[in-house]
Design a binder for this molecule. Structure first.
Ligand code: ADE
Length: 252
């Protein structure tokens, strides 16, 4: 999987991503991260990449030419038209589903904007997806691009050491992950739920599933509406079983 990040701040992107799990995966050859400095493609003798917006208004805009030439340089190396994601608060909101979908691509280009944005004409020419990381405005596209590269990378086979850790996690089947505990059995008077110490794998699995459902209802009821629940589980929730258990769990 090759990531090309078109940016005015290549060090920020590379420093942020070349650590931890993503850095290791890149070293192992599972991923390739390349930050392309848009300024290197400026045709201006002062390496200028921005100018005033026609029609007036606050701030400066990134010009079309350097962005387009940086993109063309990447295109020349890939040899075909890749998916090009413009990170913008005007995009649709990125989700775990997108992370999985994008992880199937062999090349992904991210375009990071700055100042008041980018000349619309180059966006029309190269962008395939407009994607946001949430309804708030950041100073540039680098952090959102890094967030997406991280989430996509961990969905690339082999990047997570343990294949399991990608499947039981939050958002699988639109449910949040169940609570987890490690040693000691008791900490500040709080005990690890007995079922987890029982060694009874079927009961543990059932308890975790219930906890996932209860936790999703409590913290993200909007997600529960799309969750893949069995008829039995839906009935269990409707009958108030879940509610009683949820309260009991909280009162522990
Ligand atoms: N650029 C600025 N804010 C952003 C956001 N919330 N998502 C994606 N790109 C952005």
């Amino acid at each position: 999987m090759n990531f090309y990040i078109l940016t005015l701040f290549p060090e920020m992107v590379m420093d942020g991503l070349n650590t931890s799990i993503i850095g290791r995966a890149a070293e192992a050859g599972l991923l390739r991260l390349e930050a392309v400095n848009i300024r290197d493609y400026s045709a201006n003798k002062h390496h200028k990449v921005d100018d005033y917006p026609y029609g007036g208004g606050a701030g400066m805009l990134m010009q079309a030419q350097p962005v387009y030439d940086a993109y063309q340089a990447v295109l020349g190396r890939i040899g075909r038209k890749p998916r090009c994601i413009y990170v913008t608060p005007q995009g649709r909101t990125f989700s775990q589903k997108d992370a999985k979908r994008f992880a199937k691509e062999s090349d992904l280009v991210f375009l990071c904007g700055h100042y008041e944005g980018i000349d619309e004409r180059v966006l029309e020419e190269i962008v395939t997806d407009y994607v946001s990381i949430g309804d708030y405005v950041l100073t540039g596209g680098e952090l959102p691009a890094m967030v997406m590269v991280d989430a996509i990378s961990r969905m690339v086979p082999g990047v997570l050491g343990n294949q399991e850790s990608g499947s039981a996690e939050s958002f699988e089947g639109s449910l949040l992950e169940y609570p987890q505990y490690s040693r000691p059995e008791e900490w500040r008077g709080r005990r690890v739920p007995e079922v987890l110490l029982s060694g009874h794998h079927k009961n543990i699995e059932a308890w975790r599933r219930q906890q996932s459902i209860l936790r999703t209802r409590e913290r993200r009821p909007d997600l529960l509406a799309q969750a893949e629940l069995t008829d039995k589980e839906r009935e269990w929730l409707k009958e108030g079983m879940g509610k009683r258990q949820g309260l009991a769990e909280k009162d522990k």
